[in-house]
Design a protein around this ligand. Structure first.
Ligand code: ADP
Ligand code: MG
Length: 279
C-alpha cells in the first residue's frame, strides 16, 4: 500500500539533527502515525551520500530491534525523506533528561535489545558507527528499544571539523577512531560499535556522560584525552560485579580485546535480569 508524501500531514517536530528534521506525521486516509525524516542540503554530495546509505540500510534491514522504514521519497526539487515507524517514547537521551537515570534491571533490559539489534546488523555486515542515547528510540508499551539513525559517514575520518557539533558526535567514539593510522588496515569498525555501546550503557545507569565528571562542557581535546588516555571507567558502588564485568568487556581500549555483540548477548549481566518485568 502506497503512502504518497502528499497524503501526509505534519503534526509536530520530533527532533532535529545534523541530518535533517524529523516530523511526526499522520497519513490522512488511514490516520496512521509515522515519523518523517526530511533531509536537507542534499545538494551537498556528502549529505546525499549519507541519505543513500541510510536508505539502503533501512531497506534491507528487517528486525524488531531496528527502526522500520516504510517508504522513501526523492523529489525532483531535491528534497529527500524517509517514512519511519513512529516511536512514541522518544529517545533514550530525552528519557535520561526527564528521568535522570535507569536502574540496573532497566539498563540490562535496554542493553539486551540494543545488542539484539547489533548482532543483527553485524551479522549482515553493517556497522552503525553512531550508537548513543539520542539514536536509540523507545516504544512506550513494554519499553521496547530500537536502533535508529544510519546516516553516519560524517565522522569516520580525520581531520575533524570543529565547526559542527563535533564534541557531541565524538563522545561515543572508540579510541582507535581517533587514530588516523588505524583507519585503513586492521581497524574493525564492528568493535567500535561495542565501545559506543559500553559508553551508552554506562551513561544510562549514571545519568551523565561517564568518561568525564558531570556538568563539564569539554573541548574535544579534553574529550579525546579522556577517551584515549583515561583510566578504564568504573561504576559507582552499588552496581553489581556482572554489570562492571560487562562494561569491562565493551570498554577495552584495544579493540581486539572487546567481546563481539553475540558474545555479549550471552553475558551474565543480561541473563541475570532476563524475565524480570520492567515498568
Ligand atoms: P540525525 O541524523 O539528524 O541525528 P536521527 O535519525 O537521529 O537524525 O533523528 C533526529 C531525532 O529525531 C532523534 O534524535 C529523535 O529525537 C527524533 N526521531 C528520529 N526518528 C524517530 C522516530 N522514528 N520516531 C520518533 N522520533 C524520531
Ligand atoms: Mg541522530
Amino acid at each position: 500500500q502506497e503512502r504518497p508524501e502528499a497524503e501526509l500531514e505534519k503534526l509536530e517536530v520530533l527532533g532535529r539533527g545534523n541530518g535533517g528534521t524529523v516530523y511526526k506525521v499522520q497519513h490522512k486516509r488511514t490516520s496512521n502515525i509515522y515519523a518523517l525524516k526530511v533531509i536537507h542540503g542534499v545538494g551537498d554530495q556528502s549529505i546525499y551520500k549519507q541519505f543513500l546509505r541510510e536508505r539502503d540500510i533501512l531497506r534491507k534491514t528487517d528486525s524488531p530491534y531496528i527502526v522500520r522504514c516504510f517508504e522513501t521519497y526523492e523529489k525532483p526539487s531535491g528534497e529527500v525523506a524517509l517514512l519511519l515507524e513512529y516511536m512514541d517514547g522518544g529517545t533514550l537521551d530525552t528519557f535520561l533528561r526527564n528521568h535522570g537515570w535507569f536502574s540496573e534491571p532497566e539498563v540490562s533490559h535496554i542493553t539486551r535489545q540494543v545488542l539484539e539489534g547489533l548482532v543483527y546488523l553485524h551479522s549482515n555486515k553493517i556497522m552503525h558507527r553512531d550508537i548513543k542515547p539520542s539514536n536509540l528510540l523507545v516504544m512506550n508499551k513494554n519499553m521496547e528499544v530500537k536502533i535508529a539513525d544510519f546516516g553516519v559517514s560524517k565522522v569516520t575520518t580525520l581531520p575533524l571539523d570543529p565547526r559542527n557539533s563535533y564534541v557531541g558526535t565524538c563522545a561515543y567514539m572508540s579510541p582507535e577512531r581517533f587514530d588516523p593510522d588505524s583507519n585503513g588496515g586492521n581497524y574493525d569498525g564492528f568493535l567500535g560499535d561495542i565501545w559506543s555501546l559500553g559508553v551508552t550503557v554506562m551513561e544510562l545507569y549514571m545519568g551523565h556522560f561517564p568518561l568525564l565528571p558531570p556538568d563539564q562542557n569539554p573541548s574535544w581535546v579534553t574529550l579525546m584525552c579522556a577517551i584515549c588516555f583515561g583510566d578504564p571507567p568504573t561504576l559507582p558502588p552499588g552496581a553489581s560485579d556482572e554489570f562492571q564485568h560487562f562494561l569491562d568487556c565493551c570498554l577495552q581500549k584495544e579493540p581486539s580485546k572487546r567481546w563481539s555483540a553475540s558474545q555479549l548477548l550471552g553475558h551474565s549481566f543480561l541473563l541475570k535480569y532476563q524475565g524480570i518485568h520492567i515498568r
